[in-house]
Ligand binder design. Structure first.
Ligand SMILES: *Cc1c(COP(=O)(O)O)cnc(C)c1O
Length: 237
């Protein structure tokens, strides 16, 4: 068995065990593979083991891969920071966007979504624990943003996403996810039909599933660790 296949099987087993341990219905957590820096071959290998949904962070990296894999009809999720001059390509080439945090971006995605592709699925990224991060709407601004985006045509507001500050402590991992779950419940009580809680990565997927994840985005645990960015060449003395 190829390494990716083995590691994917391990990730699936972790998800199943966490569903059982935290009394979540079997099959209630969807797995998408985060494929930034992964080759097209690695994506094909994961697809051969049954994965059909892939998440990409960088448009420049993603577009050639999506084109090369076009005939496979995979589901593509955009999970990285969004610059407003990139919305047309995102609206055209992706099925999901997990990282919407501004009205202006949502409006552009709507305007630029080709109608024949159907609604673009949207999750709002919330800045729940990492105040230094520039990504994500602040919790106090979320209800208004969610209500505004829910009204926009050609977008289907599906849920919330967060990338919390990193910690290896299980209880500390659970806290931001629990806070996001509370916000998700509040939006549902306001009448928004949200069904997706996009939380959980390789090192915290159990904590996310404990706190209600319906979708986990896993990279390293399937594909191995990513290459570090090359260091700047040393200046000569
Ligand atoms: C890279 C990335 C992931 C996957 O992270 P791993 O720790 O490699 O599993 C998930 N979500 C986002 C937004 C990412 O950028």
């Amino acid at each position: 068995m190829a390494l990716i296949e083995q590691q994917l099987a391990q990730v699936r087993a972790r998800i199943t065990q966490a569903e059982q341990r935290f009394s979540r219905p079997a099959g209630s957590v969807t797995l998408i593979a985060a494929t930034k820096t992964c080759s097209v071959d690695a994506i094909r290998t994961a697809a051969a083991s049954g994965l059909r949904s892939f998440g990409e962070n960088y448009l420049q990296e993603a577009l050639p891969k999506i084109r090369e894999l076009e005939s496979e009809h995979y589901e593509w999720h955009f999970i990285g920071p969004i610059q407003s001059n990139k919305t047309r390509d995102i609206a055209t080439h992706f099925d999901w966007v997990h990282s919407v945090d501004r009205l202006k971006i949502a409006q552009r995605l709507s305007d630029q979504r080709p109608p024949e592709l159907g609604d673009l699925n949207i999750c709002l990224q919330v800045n729940i624990s990492d105040e230094d991060s520039k990504s994500g709407v602040m919790p106090e601004d979320l209800p208004k943003l969610a209500q505004e985006i829910a009204e926009i045509p050609r977008l289907s507001l599906r849920g919330l996403m967060t990338v919390p500050a990193i910690t290896s402590d299980f209880e500390e991992q659970r806290q931001p996810f629990r806070a996001l779950y509370q916000l998700w419940i509040e939006l549902r009580q306001m009448g928004l039909a949200l069904d997706i809680l996009s939380i959980g990565m390789s090192d915290d997927l159990e904590a996310a599933i404990a706190e209600g994840a319906t979708l986990v985005r896993i990279g390293t645990a399937i594909f191995g660790s990513r290459p570090q960015k090359p260091l700047k060449p040393q200046q000569p003395f």
